[in-house]
Write a protein that binds this ligand. Structure first.
Ligand SMILES: Cc1cc2nc3c(=O)[nH]c(=O)nc-3n(C[C@H](O)[C@H](O)[C@H](O)COP(=O)(O)O)c2cc1C
Length: 146
């Protein structure tokens, strides 16, 4: 079990209509910085909304999250969940993006009403669902119930 593994899940809204260049810039910055900070996760983009999950050592994670939060490319940063995990869900993803057509959760962010911070909702099954589909996309089958 890795020591001090922390995760954070948030959603936010792009300030301008999103184009591929903006998303590519964000992913490039993530690929540049996250390996050095030991961070992995995914960025899901749907219309003008972001859903990002980041996992890794607590200090660099919080530092990175503070930087992301101040980024002028998005607004309405809403922390959905945070906590500790025993193992990484995305050990191979410096910051992956899952093509929408491969997602079990099409319309996840468009259906905004339920996606709110709620201490009674365990976010890990949602993260696990993303991980399962991410791994399928990479050709690595893992059990849906794992
Ligand atoms: C939705 C969103 C997600 C981001 N995710 C990350 C990330 O995972 N890691 C990261 O270093 N920067 C991320 N950024 C970019 C940071 O806000 C910031 O621009 C960047 O870290 C600066 O890196 P640089 O100093 O290497 O240019 C994200 C930005 C946005 C808008």
């Amino acid at each position: 079990m890795a020591p001090d593994l922390f995760f954070l899940l948030y959603r936010s809204t792009a300030r301008r209509p999103l184009d591929g260049d903006t998303v590519a810039d964000i992913l490039l910055a993530s690929l540049r910085n996250n390996p050095r900070n030991g961070l992995t996760g995914f960025l899901h983009v749907e219309r003008d909304c972001f859903l990002q999950y980041i996992e890794g050592p607590r200090e660099p994670l919080l530092r990175t999250a503070a930087r992301i939060r101040k980024d002028r490319r998005h607004k309405d940063f809403l922390l959905l969940a945070e906590g500790t995990i025993d193992d990484r869900f995305f050990p191979d993803w410096d910051m992956g993006q899952i093509a929408s057509e491969n997602l079990p959760t099409d319309g996840l962010l468009a259906e905004r009403t339920w996606l709110r911070p709620d201490p009674d909702i365990d976010p890990l099954p949602l993260i696990r669902a993303f991980a399962v589909h991410a791994n399928r996309q990479n050709g690595l089958e893992i059990s849906e119930t794992a």
